[in-house]
Design a protein around this ligand. Structure first.
Ligand SMILES: Cc1cc2nc3c(=O)[nH]c(=O)nc-3n(C[C@H](O)[C@H](O)[C@H](O)COP(=O)(O)OP(=O)(O)OC[C@H]3O[C@@H](n4cnc5c(N)ncnc54)[C@H](O)[C@@H]3O)c2cc1C
Length: 461
């Protein structure tokens, strides 16, 4: 059994680092960051292009430079971290001291005291170690959807990579995956790799995208495709892989509105490399193991205004919560998770001294004279999801950022927020696209001015 920690952060990417710094700034010093890679910084280590940090630092940095700003801060503050160490197991220790003292006898509910988290790690030096922690921040990032998840028919030759794997080969190992390239999927990593492969001397023939819109940022389409004359073929997909040992070519066809290939539109493209940029999947295996409720839309945890999951004392941020477009928003969100975890730990310490616990919180009086649990945020009118999903009025900050994405391109529309039918805000948008993350900022006074609403609706009109 390892030591007890106030806060364990799983993942040392931009989310984990920003969460650690913010928690430390908020007064929690007993922190441990656990990172399975041999260095901190997460996926940014392989993103050597610039464009990072425009919001956070008001300058254009490369991925490693951006990560370095946070790594330096972690080092300055003396926040401990373990590298080349993977978290293999995450669970709750319901009665950590072996007694029933931490369970409320009236309703059998566990108090905060009784809910220490057990984090099991594995590395080459120490083998398996289990730590206990008062709070945990999930910051494990995401992985790419690989060929197995895409159902492309044909043989299984060498030469088919996810765009991120190719990025790792080219940028970190100095190896070229191939020379004649086709890219399937227009996610940001695919767009970035279209430019990178071209700059490294490969010929990128085209990017084929199944949907009638790109999954990437507009700025990446302009800077990575248009500037290099690489065509983006919307509503097209790969319908056949050719080659046995090595990829020899792909057949691409147009798809109809139901995303089915249109017969007669097939065209053969000879190539030795196919890069896949077809979506990212939050790495939530540990979260599922712990029993964290996950969203069917994002694959990330369902969180409240404090970015706390359905398991008390477990917070989530960054790409493991929902896939972000810009790392600046990852850092902003993760810092909020760090501050909220610190606040949770300080309440826990107080309740440990007999001053009460999360279970005996004051109920909130609503405008309708009833006692509220939490306000539910309902996405409508083409809004696919929101983060957070609920807001507890008693914990609401003066300003709460709600992030979301739309499911299709929208032009000249209003993003409108209603509280039980009362319009709270309306913002006009010239264009909204699924590839870009959107946000609204809720003002506490405004939300609660008519009493506590049961529901907040975020919709597009
Ligand atoms: C391949 C790829 C390329 C990308 N390129 C760009 C780009 O060019 N530009 C851009 O703006 N965004 C890019 N992104 C998006 C980018 O991931 C995010 O902006 C940002 O890095 C997310 O930060 P994060 O900390 O949430 O995740 P990550 O950076 O992925 O960090 C998560 C960390 O958690 C660690 N981890 C996971 N599971 C465990 C475990 N069980 N135990 C211990 N450690 C664990 C991982 O090793 C990793 O270091 C890319 C994403 C991917 C997947």
């Amino acid at each position: 059994m390892g030591k007890h920690k106030n806060l364990i952060i799983i993942g040392g990417g931009p989310a984990g680092l920003a969460a650690a710094v913010a928690a430390h700034d908020a007064g929690v010093t007993d922190i441990l960051i656990i990172e399975r890679d041999e260095r901190l910084g997460g996926i940014l280590n392989q993103c050597i292009h610039n464009g990072f940090g425009l919001h956070t630092f008001k300058e254009e940095l490369t991925g490693p430079e951006y990560a370095d700003r946070y790594i330096e801060r972690v080092k300055e503050l003396g926040i401990p971290y373990r590298l080349s160490t993977i978290v293999t197991d995450l669970k709750e220790d319901t009665v950590s001291d072996g007694s029933d003292e931490n369970v409320n006898p009236s309703d059998g509910k566990k108090t905060m005291q009784g809910c220490k988290k057990l984090v099991t790690t594995m590395n080459g030096e120490e083998g398996m170690v289990t730590y206990s922690a008062d709070a945990v921040i999930l910051a494990m990032g995401c992985r790419e959807r690989a060929r197995g998840a895409l159902n492309i028919p044909g043989t299984r030759p060498a030469g088919i990579y996810t765009a991120g794997t190719a990025q790792y080969f080219v940028n970190l190992e100095g190896r070229m995956p191939g020379r004649e390239v086709v890219i399937l999927g227009s996610g940001d990593i695919g767009l970035i790799m279209a430019r990178r492969m071209t700059l490294e001397g490969a010929h990128v023939q085209l990017v084929a995208e199944l949907q009638p819109y790109s999954g990437g940022l507009k700025r990446n389409i302009v800077q990575c495709l248009d500037d290099f004359g690489i065509p983006l073929m919307l509503s097209h997909t790969v319908v056949k892989i050719h080659g046995n040992k090595r990829l020899e070519g792909v057949t691409i066809a147009e798809v109809d509105e139901k995303l089915k290939p249109v017969p007669g539109t097939e065209k053969y493209y000879p190539c030795d490399t196919l890069l896949l940029s077809c979506g990212l999947l939050p790495e939530n295996e540990l979260s599922s193991q712990l029993g964290v409720e996950l969203s069917r839309v994002t694959g990330g945890a369902v969180v409240n205004e404090s970015l706390e999951t359905s398991v008390k004392g477990v917070f989530s941020c960054g790409n493991v919560l929902h896939v972000h477009d810009l790392v600046d928003y990852v850092s902003e969100e993760a810092a909020a998770a760090g501050r909220n975890a610190a606040e949770y730990i300080s309440r826990l310490t107080e309740s440990g001294a007999g001053k009460g616990s999360e279970t005996d919180e004051e109920p909130v009086q609503t405008g309708r004279g009833t006692v509220s649990d939490a306000i539910t945020i309902v996405p409508e009118g083409g809004v696919r999801y929101t983060v957070p999903v609920t807001i507890r009025p008693a914990h609401m900050a003066e300003l709460t950022t709600v992030r979301f994405r739309v499911g299709a391109i929208k032009k000249d529309v209003d993003v409108v927020v209603y509280a039980d039918g009362r319009e709270l805000s309306r913002i006009h948008k010239r264009i909204m696209a699924p590839g870009e993350m959107e946000q609204v900022i809720l003002k506490k006074d405004n939300v609660l001015s008519g009493g506590v609403p049961a529901e907040l609706k975020i919709t597009i009109e």
